[in-house]
Design a protein around this ligand. Structure first.
Ligand code: MN
Length: 290
C-alpha cells in the first residue's frame, strides 16, 4: 500500500492582473515564490470566469514572443483563437487544450474567437508554462491542438466523478499530449459527497489547483476554489473528499534540475541567454504574424 503524500502548503493567488484586454488572471505561481518546487511547471494563471459583452473587435493579447518553454492553455468556458509565426492557427473551446512548444522562439497572439466575441460570453481558462530542458530550448517550435474528444475520460469508482487525462497516464489510460519530459496532467471532476484517490510518482513535483468547489485533501487540508495545494515529494497517494461538486487540475511532473533564468516571455538557463533571446526577438528571428 502506498503511503500518503503530505500537503506541504495551501496557496491563494499571489497576484491579479490583466493579460492584454482579454484575460483577467489570478496567478498562483511563480507569484507565491513557488519556482523550483514545481519544476517543470513554471507558471499557472487562472483566467476568469469573466463575462465579456459583445464586440466586433476580439479581445485578448496581441503579438508577443516566447522562447525556452511551452505554454499549455486549457479552456473551461468561452472560445479562444491562436495564431503564431510558425504558421499555426487554432480555435479551442470548452474541454479543449492547446499545447504550444515555443522552444527556439515563436511570436503569437491569443484572442477570443471572433464569433464568440460577437456573441459575448464568459471566458474561463488556465494557462500553464512548462519548462524545457536546456538541450531542447533551441529546438524548433511545435504545436498540438488537443480537442475535447481526443482527451480520454476515465470514470472514478463508485460514481465519484471522472478524470480527463490530458498528458501522461492514469491507470493505464494515456493522455494525447506529447511531452518532452514526463508529465501527468489531469482535469478531474468530483461529485459532492464523494471520495477519490490518486496515485502519482513520489519523486515528481505535485500540486492540485481547485477551480470550483470545496475539497478536503488527505482528510486534513481544506482547499477552497482558486487555491493551490503543494505536495511533498514523499508518498504517492492523495485522498480527496469533495464537499461540493469540484473541478480540479492535477499537476505532476519530473523536475528538471537545471538553473532557471526568466524574464518576461523568455525562460532560459542563463542571463546571457535571456539577453540573446531579447536581441533575437528584436532582430525578427522569431518571425512575425502574417
Ligand atoms: Mn503567450
Amino acid at each position: 500500500m502506498e503511503s500518503i503524500k503530505p500537503v506541504l502548503h495551501v496557496y491563494q493567488s499571489g497576484s491579479t492582473h490583466w493579460v492584454g484586454d482579454g484575460f483577467h488572471v489570478r496567478n498562483l505561481f511563480p507569484s507565491n515564490d513557488l519556482d523550483q518546487q514545481l519544476s517543470p511547471f513554471l507558471l499557472l494563471d487562472y483566467a476568469g470566469p469573466t463575462h465579456f459583452p459583445p464586440t466586433d473587435r476580439p479581445r485578448g493579447v496581441g503579438e508577443h514572443p516566447h522562447r525556452g518553454f511551452e505554454t499549455v492553455t486549457i479552456v473551461y468556458q468561452g472560445v479562444l483563437e491562436h495564431r503564431d509565426s510558425a504558421g499555426n492557427h487554432g480555435t479551442i473551446g470548452p474541454g479543449d487544450v492547446q499545447w504550444m512548444t515555443a522552444a527556439s522562439g515563436v511570436v503569437h497572439e491569443e484572442k477570443h474567437e471572433r464569433e464568440f466575441a460577437k456573441r459575448g460570453g464568459t471566458v474561463e481558462m488556465v494557462q500553464l508554462w512548462v519548462n524545457l530542458p536546456a538541450a531542447l530550448k533551441m529546438t524548433p517550435p511545435r504545436y498540438q491542438t488537443l480537442l475535447r474528444a481526443q482527451i480520454p475520460e476515465v470514470d472514478l469508482p463508485d460514481g465519484a466523478g471522472l478524470v480527463r487525462v490530458i498528458a501522461g497516464d492514469f491507470h493505464g489510460v494515456k493522455g494525447p499530449a506529447n511531452t518532452y519530459t514526463p508529465i501527468n496532467l489531469y482535469d478531474l471532476r468530483l461529485k459532492a459527497g464523494h471520495h477519490a484517490e490518486l496515485t502519482v510518482p513520489a519523486a515528481y513535483n505535485t500540486a492540485i489547483f481547485l477551480l470550483h468547489g470545496d475539497i478536503l485533501l488527505n482528510g486534513s487540508h481544506a482547499l477552497k476554489a482558486s487555491e493551490l495545494a503543494l505536495f511533498d515529494t514523499s508518498g504517492e497517494r492523495i485522498a480527496i473528499d469533495a464537499r461540493e461538486d469540484a473541478t480540479l487540475l492535477v499537476l505532476n511532473g519530473e523536475p528538471i534540475h537545471e538553473p532557471v533564468a526568466r524574464r518576461g516571455p523568455f525562460v532560459m538557463n542563463t542571463e546571457e541567454e535571456l539577453v540573446q533571446a531579447a536581441n533575437d526577438y528584436q532582430a525578427g528571428k522569431m518571425g512575425h504574424l502574417h
